[in-house]
Design a protein around this ligand. Structure first.
Ligand code: SAM
Length: 227
């Protein structure tokens, strides 16, 4: 239950120097990348990251961007932590920009991120929660999209993919109906290297691909309301 993992009171409470020692060689409040005295902040969040395959792939694509996985299951988050440490040991200087926290993202996202902090959020193969009465437990919902809109910068992108058609329709319609999100046009998706990772980088995605299953994507941008 929630009582078994620490919950930061606010984003400023989280000491990320433990997560990204390479970026904070002198501890918290110091940062090798900062030109303006402010510490680098996490920009990408992989929600329900599972075994961390997306983070590992993204790490090399954006080596200077800090990113974090959020995972509810203790053993799975511990696995991801060990996986990242092993990668850092085997290839020094790489994989320093990825980390993981064990948390319930549906409850505690604002405890980790400030307003307009993130530039990308990922929801890859989330749990479907088929029954109508369980739809409120889905990780994309009208209410949670308000929170994601708060957390994303203007222009920031939400990437979703699933092999469950009904869930795909649900995620797309929640995003479509939200006033602060707009579908990313096809030509931009084709040019975005991240899109190519959605179906094949994660463990769940690879399972679906092995079974030749169909996938359903919805990729939306955080916009500002027009006057
Ligand atoms: N994204 C990964 C992939 O594509 O391989 C994992 C997909 S798996 C079907 C869904 C994951 O979301 C599980 O690892 C589960 O523990 C996690 N999860 C479910 N609810 C969560 C929540 N509220 N907060 C954080 N993680 C959650």
């Amino acid at each position: 239950s929630d009582s078994h993992f620490p919950i930061p009171i606010s984003p400023s409470e989280v000491d990320y120097s433990h997560h990204y020692p390479y970026f904070y060689p002198d501890g918290w409040n110091s940062n090798v990348n900062s030109n303006d005295g402010t510490a680098s902040k996490i920009q990408f969040a992989d929600i329900g990251c599972g075994f961390g395959g997306l983070l590992v792939s993204l790490s090399q694509l954006f080596p200077d961007t800090l990113m974090i996985g959020m995972e509810l299951r203790d053993k799975v988050s511990e696995y991801v932590k060990e996986r990242i440490l092993a990668l850092r040991m085997s290839i020094p200087g790489q994989y320093e920009n990825i980390s993981v926290v064990r948390t319930n993202s549906m409850k505690y996202l604002p405890n980790y991120f400030t307003k307009k902090q993130l530039t990308k959020m990922f929801f890859l193969f989330p749990d479907p929660h088929f029954k109508e009465k369980n739809h409120r437990r889905r990780v994309i919902s009208p209410h949670l999209l308000d929170e994601y809109a708060y957390t994303l910068q203007t222009g920031g992108i939400i990437y979703t993919i699933t092999d469950v058609e009904e869930l795909g329709d649900w995620m797309r319609s929640c995003l479509e109906e939200h006033p602060l999100f707009q579908a990313v046009p096809e030509h931009e998706l084709e040019a975005d290297p991240v899109v190519k990772l959605l179906s094949g980088a994660t463990e769940e995605g690879q399972k679906v691909a092995r079974n030749e299953g169909q996938t359903f994507q919805a990729i939306y941008r955080r916009i500002e309301l027009e006057d």
